[in-house]
Design a binder for this molecule. Structure first.
Ligand SMILES: [Zn+2]
Ligand SMILES: [Zn+2]
Length: 336
């Protein structure tokens, strides 16, 4: 495919046409602009952010709106200034794009950029047959991965990188036991990340199915009374806060990944007396976290695929795919 033919072709995008309503819609295929690559999307995963976009809880700039932010595919054309040798690469898209100019971006903390653009949320998303993205945010998967695995695992890489960035920022003592509060999709991926890096994840999760899934991966079950130098809170549930705070050791770190809009009860006397560091961890920083993750991907690719539903939803069943997320044991994903 050349740039010219791609620009005149059409593709099908999953578009939010009204709050709660998704319609697969034929749209003009984009051409890659300068510095961009054109990706034929092979797999897109869904998460809570996508559900919030669909419901309208997370407002988007306009309707209709192309959704989706966890995915990638194969490069089929490149824009000016991009190495034509990239055509054919399987890439995962880093869907958060810092401005590159502010004090946070120039210091390498792109996750804190106030003008950060997010695919599927503030700029059109990935759930479409063909998408043009900045070449520097389309990361090639390592050579040597089985092509079918590569084209599939791209649906699961982005949330995995979120958990890697959380571990990097928390910097637990090497080899230590770390508590993971909540074993939903982020908590499960975090267990995988901790295991791969030589830590011992211990899980606190009231839902039996989720707890068992984490234990099957190799996590241990929390024994009440144990304390940890590092505790990761992934659920965002205010009800989990007492467990999370009580399990932090003196001078330990409580790192928050889960989010909740309402207040959570905080006992400042307790946190000060025990000198607990409480910190939030949002997404990842460009380009380090994706680059480092992809170097490690071959070792965990099969485990990541094992956390995905065995079969994708076709793009025409996008609404059913979104409906399936809440009750699914594994990552729901689509193939456009
Ligand atoms: Zn997501
Ligand atoms: Zn910035």
């Amino acid at each position: 495919m050349t740039t010219t033919s791609a620009a005149t072709a059409t593709t099908v995008a999953v578009r939010l046409t009204a709050p709660g309503r998704l319609d697969p819609t034929p749209v003009a295929a984009p051409g890659p602009g300068p510095g961009e690559v054109l990706v034929r999307v092979t797999a897109v995963g869904l998460c809570g952010t996508d559900l919030a976009v669909r419901s309208g809880a997370r407002p988007v700039p306009e309707l209709p709106w192309t959704v989706g932010h966890e995915g990638g595919g194969r490069v089929v054309a490149v824009g000016a200034g991009v190495d034509p040798g990239r055509v054919g690469e399987v890439v995962v898209v880093e869907p958060n794009i810092g401005c590159g100019r502010c004090r946070f971006c120039t210091a390498g903390r792109t996750s804190a950029c106030p003008d950060r653009r997010s695919l599927g949320v503030s700029v059109p998303g990935l759930l479409t047959g063909l998408v043009a993205v900045p070449g520097g945010h389309a990361h090639a998967l390592p050579a040597g991965l089985d092509p079918a695995t590569a084209e599939r695992v791209v649906a699961c890489v982005e949330p995995w990188v979120v958990t890697r960035a959380a571990v990097r920022r928390a910097a637990p003592e090497p080899g230590s036991r770390c508590l993971v509060v909540g074993a939903g999709s982020q908590g499960t991926l975090l267990c995988l990340t901790l295991l791969a890096a030589g830590y011992v994840p211990v899980v606190a999760e009231p839902h039996e199915g989720r707890r068992r899934r984490a234990l099957r991966l190799g996590a241990e079950e929390l024994v009440p009374g144990e304390v940890f130098g590092t505790v990761f809170e992934t659920s965002g549930a205010p009800a989990a806060w007492p467990t999370a705070t009580a399990a932090v050791d003196r001078a330990g770190t409580l790192l928050l990944i889960g989010q909740h809009d309402g207040p959570s009860p905080v006992n400042t006397h307790d946190l000060v007396q025990r000198q607990v560091t409480v910190t939030g961890s949002l997404i990842y920083d460009h380009p380090y976290d994706f680059t480092a993750a992809l170097a490690d991907l071959p070792a965990v690719a099969d485990a990541l695929v094992g956390l995905m539903e065995p079969e994708p939803f076709g793009i025409e069943r996008a609404a059913a795919a979104f409906d399936a997320v809440a009750g699914a044991d594994r990552k729901v994903w689509l193939t456009p």
